[in-house]
Design a binder for this molecule. Structure first.
Ligand code: HEM
Length: 219
């Protein structure tokens, strides 16, 4: 199976934007008005992470928006748009596009196929050997599905934060909860992307040439 052209173009755009977005998100300063001095004590523990270097302000005065935060906001909205296009393509039958292939665990025969692949390939995985795509791609497609689902979750929580984040007052409880979900999801997304990129490297080293299936200029 080769991916349809629009999927390939979207993959390049998503890969570039999402990796940049994760880096910006981890490094930026979040403009936030502190509730009180209670959290100040933990700042020295995680200075490199988002929220680690909040800008302080006198309550009632807007905090300064950093360039990193602004880039994060607008790149985030752009990625949400790209994901919307991917969702629309998932409704088509273009090669490699349909949503059913991304969530094989939803269907009985997909679950059976997953079970078969895991059973047949587990021994190889333990030795960092991956089977060629011809031997079944349900597990790989599952990972792709979870990447997209996590991305969609980031997009939804991020969009809510875009409209709900206050730069003049402490965040409401609901916005705090959405922000925590946003951060929890990014942890999962990072783990999935690490697995995805590691799998690509291993496949390439074993000569499966899967990059040719997804690169925009390939056949
Ligand atoms: C350097 C980074 C990356 C490389 C080298 C890479 C490479 C690949 C390759 C070779 C495939 C085809 C797998 C197959 O043969 O079935 C693929 C598919 C896929 N990748 Fe990546 N990828 C990268 C980053 C990302 C990122 C950041 C995302 C996050 C959105 C992502 C999401 C996907 C998805 C969802 C698919 C399946 C195609 C689709 O359904 O849209 N990849 N990737």
């Amino acid at each position: 199976m080769n991916y349809a052209k629009p999927i390939r173009i979207l993959h390049s755009l998503l890969a570039l934007c999402m990796l940049t977005q994760i880096a910006v998100g981890e490094l930026m300063d979040v403009p936030e008005v502190e509730d009180g001095p209670a959290t100040a004590g933990i700042h020295w523990i995680m200075p490199a992470f988002a929220h680690g270097g909040e800008l302080h302000a006198i309550p009632g005065t807007p905090v300064v928006e950093t360039l990193g935060f602004e880039v994060h906001e607008f790149l985030g909205l752009f990625i949400a748009g790209l994901l919307l296009i991917r969702i629309m393509l998932a409704m088509t039958s273009l090669p490699g596009a349909n949503w059913r292939e991304l969530v094989p665990w939803v269907f009985a025969d997909g679950r059976k196929q997953l079970g078969r692949e895991i059973k047949a390939q587990m021994a190889g995985w333990k030795q960092a050997k991956l089977a060629p795509p011809e031997d079944g791609e349900a597990v790989a497609r599952c990972v792709h599905g979870f990447i997209l689902l996590a991305g969609i979750g980031m997009g939804i929580t991020g969009t809510l934060l875009f409209f709900g984040w206050s730069q003049t007052a402490p965040q409401t409880a609901i916005i705090e909860l959405i922000a925590e979900t946003h951060e929890l999801l990014v942890g999962g997304l990072e783990a999935l992307l690490a697995a995805h990129i590691l799998a690509v490297i291993l496949h390439q080293r074993q000569g499966h040439n899967i990059i040719a299936r997804i690169k925009p200029g390939g056949q």
